[in-house]
Design a binder for this molecule. Structure first.
Ligand SMILES: Nc1nc2c(c(=O)[nH]1)N[C@H]1C(S)=C(S)[C@@H](COP(=O)(O)O)O[C@H]1N2
Ligand SMILES: [Mo]
Length: 394
């Protein structure tokens, strides 16, 4: 796995690669030397093995204004999630901002407040970064469908903050979207914009982007056009869409999506005391999941994904019917913050129902938790447990 974002294929020729099917027939072993991505889309002689833990009529909803959108994760067939498939979560409206009237304001504890139009933003140095993320509420409920991986194009936030001159007292950077909704706080109704914040040390991270491109296309409306924040390695909620204002302040921001919502309640050992802890959803927890099993000429291939905060991985393993953990193959071209797809060739699968599970281990030796090892956690946020899947071999 390399640490940069250089890939052998761009989003466009990547799609062509998927269509160019392996010429080999008769099973996965024969294609073992083919490029990893050739495994991803279904070949003509390849079929999905049914999951028995999934409703037979499970499908992803079509794109619709204002609605949430998620993937049928069995259909993940490319490294980059096509823009029209990438999941969508918005908590308020989806503002259609005019590109010509659009302004980004940088305010608060800075020497030089800034107002930038889109042309000014786009004339700044442009970088591209591959980053995958999931909603902090992604879970087995939607078969992990609140997930996606894209190449984001934009300009580094850090340089803009440096240019504006953050004052010594500025410790928190708040990002406001243009979308607004009514909130009730202790019986008081107020209108608020979507807002999230980063500590100044996170905001000055080299990889944080102000992005106007998604997979080589202008950022689509539902994904925050014309500009969104991209914080690689963090859960979806940190990636503020329809970004309209960046405000530097001298204390923590406690808006709904930092202080009340997207707050994980869990039982933790806090320095030797067992306490119910509340923590804002921030960096992506170490997670893997199997998303599909395919069959071809009597061989079986298990495919899944890994997401985490960018910590290098040691490996991913698969266990069948409670048997020993076997090494899976990670996409060798995955980059630091992209999702990491993996495949495992399942030999000798016998007819009947089987239970398959994956687990990921990072370079620090951290092992993805089993459901039993998870802390007591009544909120739905950060469901990073191993996800055992049931399949039926015909
Ligand atoms: N302005 C704004 N930004 C937002 C949100 C929102 O409601 N408003 N939702 C957040 C949440 S909870 C998630 S999971 C991601 C989803 O990004 P996507 O819709 O592009 O996949 O956007 C985040 N950014
Ligand atoms: Mo989310």
């Amino acid at each position: 796995m390399n640490d940069n974002n250089e890939r052998t294929s761009t989003p466009n020729n990547a799609r062509r690669d998927f269509l160019r099917k392996g010429a080999a027939v008769g099973g996965y072993a024969l294609t073992a030397t083919a490029p990893f991505w050739q495994h991803l889309s279904l070949a003509a002689d390849e079929t999905l093995v049914p999951f028995t833990d999934m409703p037979a009529d499970f499908t992803a909803p079509p794109l619709a204004p204002g609605a949430i959108h998620y993937l049928d994760s069995r259909g993940i067939s490319s490294f980059y999630t096509p823009n029209e498939d990438f999941y969508i979560i918005q908590h308020y409206n989806q503002p259609a901002l005019s590109e010509t009237d659009y302004r980004l304001r940088l305010t608060g504890l800075v020497d030089k407040p800034l107002t930038l139009d889109l042309a000014a933003l786009k004339s700044r140095p442009k970088v591209e970064i591959d980053a995958g993320f999931e909603c902090g509420g992604n879970s087995p409920r939607l078969f992990q469908g609140l997930i996606g991986n894209a190449r984001w194009g934009g300009t580094p936030l850090k340089a803009l903050l440096v240019e504006a001159g953050v004052q010594a007292s500025g410790i928190e950077v708040v990002f406001y979207g243009a979308d607004r909704g009514e909130e009730t706080i202790r019986d008081i109704k107020v209108e608020q914009a979507f807002g999230r914040s980063l500590h100044i040390s996170d905001a000055l991270g080299d990889d944080v982007l102000l992005a106007w491109e998604m997979n080589g296309q202008p950022l689509p409306l539902y994904h925050g056009a014309p500009l969104r924040l991209v914080v690689p390695g963090w859960y979806g909620v940190a990636n503020v869409k329809w970004l309209s204002q960046i405000h530097v302040q001298d204390r923590r921001f406690m808006g709904r999506f930092m202080g009340r919502d997207y707050v994980t309640l869990s039982k933790q050992d806090i320095g030797g005391e067992v306490r119910w802890e509340e923590r804002s959803v921030t960096r992506i927890r170490l997670k893997s999941s199997i998303v599909r099993v395919t069959q071809r000429g009597g061989s079986h291939l298990v495919t899944g994904f890994v997401l985490n905060d960018g910590t290098p991985l040691k490996g991913v393993e698969v266990s069948i019917d409670g048997g020993p953990w076997q090494a899976a193959t990670l996409d060798p071209n995955a980059s630091r913050y992209s999702w990491k797809l993996f495949t495992y060739e399942w030999r000798g699968a016998k007819a009947g129902e089987h239970t398959l599970v994956s687990r990921v281990i990072d370079a620090n030796g951290q092992v993805q938790a089993t459901p039993e090892e998870m802390p007591e956690k009544p909120t739905r946020w950060e469901n990073y447990a191993q996800f055992p899947r049931k399949v039926m071999i015909g």
